[in-house]
Design a protein around this ligand. Structure first.
Ligand SMILES: *Cc1c(COP(=O)(O)O)cnc(C)c1O
Length: 223
């Protein structure tokens, strides 16, 4: 079942890349928040070598139990400041930098350069985390003071009820912001990556330029 789901996801990713005439890499990040350690391990053995959790407790549990496997670790959920110290030096990528205070705390606790995605609220939904488009550039400029933070890219989550046309608009907007930040040529913000697309919308995200897709339920569904 897991193998079948994995093959279906890979096939759909490749189709979306072909449709968009893309030959660069799209990182497949497996989100294991719904499943236990055994199933997360099975996902790695099936071929997904980048794993994400959205909560620090679940992250630490999986991280500790999977040290014998070769895994790139992602933290994707909003992170409370008081929990930064528990995880920030263990993750390879943090996808949800959404406030100046969180950046301050990361800077304070980091023992190495931390690769982050800055979260952008492209839709303006009140329930969504992330910077508004107007706040984004000043925030990135302010990060100049934080030598432990490297902005590898931008991340967004589309509204649950967005239709295909709206999804395309949100994702291509994020790509435009990414291109703007990238063209600033800031040494601490190369901003080459786009973390966008989940089970329900990753093909559209890939067509719009996603370089990291975060996929959970599509791996673990029962067909
Ligand atoms: C859960 C989660 C995902 C994966 O969602 P699926 O719909 O299960 O693929 C991606 N990104 C974030 C931030 C999540 O919390």
């Amino acid at each position: 079942m897991l193998e079948d789901n994995f093959e279906a996801v890979v096939a759909r990713i490749n189709q979306a890349k072909a449709k968009a005439n893309r030959h660069d890499e799209v990182h497949l990040v497996g989100v294991t928040k719904y499943v236990d350690v055994d199933q997360a391990r099975a996902l790695v053995k099936t071929g997904v070598h980048e794993i994400a959790e959205n909560r620090t407790e679940l992250f630490l549990e999986k991280y500790q139990a999977m040290q014998d496997l070769e895994v790139t670790w992602h933290l994707i959920g909003s992170l409370q400041r008081r929990k930064v110290k528990d995880v920030i030096n263990l993750v390879d990528y943090f996808h949800a930098l959404d406030s100046f205070k969180l950046a301050q705390e990361i800077q304070k606790r980091a023992e190495k350069t931390i690769s982050v995605f800055v979260q952008v609220n492209v839709s303006g939904e009140l329930s969504k985390h992330g910077f508004s488009p107007e706040e984004l550039k000043p925030f990135i400029e302010a990060l100049n003071a934080f030598d432990r933070i490297k902005v590898v890219g931008l991340m967004t989550m589309a509204p649950i009820d967005a239709n295909e046309q709206e999804l395309r608009a949100y994702f291509s907007t994020l790509r435009q912001y990414r291109d703007q930040i990238k063209s600033m040529n800031l040494p601490y913000a190369p901003c080459q990556e786009l973390s966008m697309g989940m089970s329900r919308d990753y093909e559209i995200a890939i067509e719009a330029g996603a370089t990291y897709v975060r996929i959970g339920s599509d791996f673990f569904k029962n067909n």
